[in-house]
Design a protein around this ligand. Sequence first.
Ligand SMILES: Cc1ncc(COP(=O)(O)O)c(C=O)c1O
Length: 399
Amino acid sequence: MSTGYQGQQKTYRNLTSQRVNQISPSGIRRFFDLIASMEGVISLGVGEPDFATPWHIREAAIYSLEKGYTMYTSNLGMPELRQELSRYLKTNYNLEYDPNGELLITVGVSEALDLATRAILDPGDEVIMPDPCYVAYSPCVAMAGGTPIMVPTSREENFEISPTDIEARVTDKTKAILIGYPANPTGAVMPRDKLSQIAEIARRHQLLVISDEIYAKLVYGVGHTCFATLPDMKESAILLGGFSKAYAMTGWRIGYAAANREIIAAMTRIHQYTIMCAPTMAQVAAIEALKSGEEDAAEMVEDYNRRRLVMVKGLNDIGLPCFEPKGAFYAFPSIKSTGMTSEEFAERLLVEEKVAVVPGSVFGQCGEGYIRCCYATSLAEIEEALSRMKRFVNKHKRV
Ligand SMILES: Cc1ncc(COP(=O)(O)O)c(C=O)c1O
């Protein structure tokens, strides 16, 4: 490829950094490019609510535009939003975060995750995380110069990360543990006693714990333990939370980090030069969500629960054994009985039956043999998707 610089020929690898070249493109995106070119597809693919953001939240943002609130805000986020967030964390978890220095408003949990890894990692630092896990965890750590250390998890263990397995991977290079429960892609929720054991390991080895709790509100019949509430963990936890899933606000791009002052200051240093501040109208919407969005969130969770039950029963009935997800909005059935790889299964299901699911392998090696089915879609679509999947599985059943 010619760059035109002084007539020199440069290869593509010369133009972009080695660090970025090592990151593979998101397996999910590749799949969705394929779907975009097809008609009549039922998507159980993208992990986002099918609801529009509740009207009063949209209205708050519209009014803010009418009033001309179109300027930058403080780098940390609007003071009123940080106050509301501080109140929210106190009410929900009895955690006290100072809105002036311990909270940072970000462009989704995505930015918070990027900032957290870049703020704490030096080259070669290791970060322990579960496999399978959310697609951004490992690339974010690698792009921050760190080394992701994967801990296999399995259906037999309810896709919970084992504290013993974590401890076995701690070395003198380990800087942090990165967890995300309720989990994408498995729907697993970590019981409090296991989280306490992880806290104990973090204490003993002086590790930080990045806890991505974006699905905190989406739990079914079980409680969610916020990692920072565990004894002595507030100082070493970097709590990441957001509005995308609980309030159906994916497109607003708003999230937050709560941590000790030193870490928030370091994250803010990166944020102020790269992002400056989260979008102002999205921050206004987030204030409204925190003030008056609880009922909407609870209603959506009830709805997801109905869909979850239909999805999980349906998958089991058609011969795709599915562990019962207790959180988020994903089912993660095994497709091992078909003899196909998860990528092959997903691709053929899409082409033959026009149902989009995500191959488990995009979430890590331990995701192979599974597919992720997002049930944040209408019951009618879930039922139609299940009937198409049944036909597909019957057709390809191994005898
Ligand atoms: C576990 C997890 N963390 C973070 C994100 C990113 O969320 P946001 O929209 O807040 O950037 C997602 C989105 O799917 C997710 O599943």
